[in-house]
Design a protein around this ligand. Structure first.
Ligand SMILES: Cc1ncc(COP(=O)(O)O)c(C=O)c1O
Length: 383
């Protein structure tokens, strides 16, 4: 690959030269746990044991690094495994971190219920409120600032460049969970972030058939330290999962273009619908983060949330009435999904500062015929 290759070219080719032995045009699934050594310590291409490294996983990591404009990327068994490895490498017991007031429930659970017991304390702050973040950074030493943008499930937008500058001035690192945008829409490292987290389960995999996670790191030395922890604790993806994710990535750009187009039409329809109280989509000019999203994203993504005027029970009923939007957790696949965050993906944040409204419905807008999707939502809303 050359440095001027475009995103779509990198997605299809980076890390994926035809196989040297056979010419296979996609990386083979190296379904193997151990590699023959040519004499003790005589490794072929650096491979010895597949927890440490596996060629299919290497191909995925090289591709992810190219897509996030990073010197190094690491693949994990899940998004949460990636988050855990990063946090336990960068932070030590006694450290303090800033976490968003809207985020994936499992991420908050990791901070509040797992790493808190290990000695990592946190303050919850709205990452769209730069002044509030600066105030928290001035209040005590902070090791890192954790950001999602757009957030799950309320689609708020944080200004990555401004947050990176504020974090660095305070001696903290900026970590961006880029799952909702994908590297096609947004490259946080180019805006000053130090680390990018992905649940590759979502848009990168893209077909609801694999669980995975990844980190892209601006500092190759930090990547080596996280790699050490990953090898020492073992949260690696298997070769077939790495291969499925790579296969998904080849069509990421084409899928995202369609997700974004469909989601915009869905958001516009919902904004006009009499049963809907409020729509959350950064592509709408009325969204408070619209301008920042325009500056740092190529387009506005495939996720849309909305509140129902008639309240929580109406939201639950709507989730049960769709024909094409499948009721289920997760997001980012080609098929449309609908869910009730308060009782599903975000049940673990009930009672916390991250609690989500009961009348909220979240959509992962797929790449089906958009007229069919609009009809389906209208009939579900009108019952
Ligand atoms: C924004 C975000 N980050 C991280 C995760 C965790 O990823 P995984 O389920 O692959 O562990 C999720 C899962 O839904 C997510 O939505």
């Amino acid at each position: 690959m050359t440095s001027h290759d475009g995103f779509e070219t990198l997605a299809i080719h980076a890390g994926q030269e035809p196989d040297a032995l056979t010419g296979a045009v996609v990386p083979p699934i190296y379904q193997v746990s151990t590699f023959k050594q040519d004499g003790v310590g005589g490794l072929r291409g650096g491979y010895e044991y597949a927890r440490t490294a596996n060629p299919t996983r290497t191909a995925l990591e090289q591709c992810l690094a190219a897509l996030e404009a990073a010197p190094a990327a690491l693949a994990f068994a899940s998004g949460l495994a990636a988050e855990d490895a990063l946090l336990r490498t960068v932070c030590a017991p006694g450290d303090h971190v800033l976490v968003p007031d809207d985020a994936y429930g499992g991420t908050y659970r990791l901070f509040a219920r797992v790493l808190a017991g290990w000695g990592l304390s946190h303050t919850v702050v709205s990452m769209s409120d730069l002044a509030a973040v600066k105030e928290q950074l001035a209040a005590r030493p902070v090791r890192l600032v954790w950001v999602e943008t757009p957030t799950n499930p309320l689609l708020s937008i944080a200004d990555i460049r401004a947050l990176a500058a504020a974090a660095h001035q305070a001696g903290a690192l900026l970590v961006v969970d880029n799952t909702f945008a994908s590297p096609y829409l947004q490259q946080p490292l180019t805006l000053g972030a130090d680390a990018v987290v992905h649940s590759t389960t979502k848009y990168l995999g893209g077909h609801s058939d694999v669980i995975g996670g990844a980190l892209a790191l601006a500092d190759a030395g930090l990547a080596e330290e996280v790699d050490y922890l990953r090898n020492a604790t073992g949260g690696v993806p298997g070769p077939f999962d790495a291969w499925l994710t790579l296969r998904g990535i080849k069509t990421l750009a084409a899928r995202m273009d369609r997700h974004c187009r469909n989601a915009m039409r869905v958001a516009q329809m919902l904004a006009e619908h009499p049963a809907v109280a409020e729509v959350f989509y950064p592509g709408l000019p009325t969204h408070p983060g619209h301008k920042t999203a325009q500056e740092q994203m190529r387009a506005f993504g495939g996720m849309v949330s909305f509140r129902l005027l008639a309240g929580e029970e109406a939201a639950v009923r709507t989730c049960g009435r769709t024909r094409l939007f499948t009721l289920g957790e997760s997001l980012g696949g080609v098929e449309s999904l609908i869910e009730h965050p308060a009782r599903m993906t975000h049940a673990s944040v009930a009672g916390s500062q991250l609690e989500v409204p009961g009348d909220l419905v979240r959509l992962s807008v797929g790449i089906e015929d958009c007229d069919d999707l609009l009809d389906d939502l209208r009939q579900a809303l009108e019952g």
